[in-house]
Design a protein around this ligand. Structure first.
Ligand code: UDP
Ligand code: MG
Length: 324
């Protein structure tokens, strides 16, 4: 019997959480009104995660898994899971139990009411440190100001997606994927469910500061061209300052011909200021051009080293972001 519900769970070195995750997910899945499949996507784990997934599949045939050739990152892992999902809906959740599986029946109830996207919105953020809370708070507000689409604040990737949205996401070839943005972009009927984010069940956070920063930057660059306009603004400000200074110098020369201008300091600060403005602008251009380069290379999104639980025709070795 083909599954109606596909669960997509990215796994990166989660050996300590997999068993407990399975226990809690199973309790939820067993009570669903229809068949479910759980697609674990092993994102190149270097611990025993893949081994544990193999054992789980031996115990429960509803478990399927993909294993990447290396670590491609959380967003790509979710993308791969959605590529392979066969259900009428997909439910994406983190492996570390920060996204409580017990909330899933509520997500499904909303879907049954006619929504195509149901995302979970964080009311509180468990025991995350103040730096993460503050930076997340500021980032989401900045993103909302800059982005062309309305990306809801404080949402993660914990959500339910209807088949129409899954197909729309599968059809998007872009490499720099910011899924919560793409999810907002597809439109349809969307609604939120509020929840309190639990602390991580076990193990270390897999999102390093560098990865989180890259994700945040992707969100802004992929959904806004405002930073590009920043160079025009900065250039205009620099030009205005330069004109102001020229007037000041002329004024000085006319009315105080004897006073030696403190030229060196002024020239140095001006050239540093202009240098900084230019470097910032080149940096911003670089962010966009780098991504254009990534896209035109057209490499597959991921490589697969192991696949279990899918028919032979789906056992592809590379993912190009489209259905095969
Ligand atoms: N993850 C992944 N690849 C990575 C980093 C993280 O698949 O390169 C997975 C990880 O196993 C977890 C989810 O993404 O299931 C979220 O990661 P984490 O809990 O470390 O980050 P958080 O979102 O809580 O900051
Ligand atoms: Mg987490």
């Amino acid at each position: 019997m083909s599954a109606k519900y596909s669960f997509v769970v990215p796994i990166y070195n989660e050996e300590q959480t997999i068993e407990e995750l399975y226990r809690r997910l199973k309790a939820v899945i067993d009570r669903l009104d229809s068949a479910a499949e759980v697609i674990f996507v092993d994102d190149g784990s270097s611990d025993r995660s893949l081994l544990l997934l193999r054992h789980l599949r031996d115990r429960d045939r509803r478990i399927c898994y993909l294993s990447f050739g290396r670590n491609f990152g959380h967003q790509i892992a979710v993308t791969a899971g959605l590529n392979f999902a066969r259900g009428q809906v997909a439910i994406v959740l983190d492996a570390d139990l920060q996204d409580p599986p017990e909330l899933i029946p509520d997500l499904i109830a909303k879907w049954q009411q006619g929504y195509q996207v149901v995302y979970a919105q964080r009311r509180s953020r468990g025991q995350e440190n103040w730096f993460k809370r503050c930076s997340a708070y500021l980032f989401y507000r900045l993103l909302r100001k800059l982005a062309d689409v309305d990306i809801p604040s404080d949402t993660g990737d914990f959500c339910l997606l209807d088949r129409r949205c899954i197909d729309a996401l599968d059809a998007m070839p872009e490499r720099n994927r910011y899924i919560r943005g793409l999810r907002a972009w597809v439109g349809f009927q969307q609604t939120a469910i509020e929840f309190d984010r639990d602390p991580r069940f076990a193990g270390e956070v897999k999102y390093s500061f560098r990865k989180s920063f890259a994700l945040a930057l992707n969100g802004i660059v992929a959904f806004s061209s405002v930073p590009l306009r920043l160079s025009t603004y900065l250039g205009s400000i620099a030009a205005a300052i330069a004109i102001g200074m020229a007037i000041l110098v002329i004024y000085w020369r006319i009315f105080y011909p004897d006073s030696p201008l403190t030229g060196f300091a002024i020239i140095m600060s001006c050239s540093f200021f202009l240098g900084a403005v230019q470097l910032i602008c080149i940096g911003i251009l670089g962010e966009y051009i780098g991504r254009i380069y990534e896209e035109v290379k057209g490499r597959p999104l991921y490589t697969l080293s192991e696949v279990a639980g899918f028919e032979a025709n789906r056992e592809k070795t590379t993912g190009d972001g489209t259905e095969n």
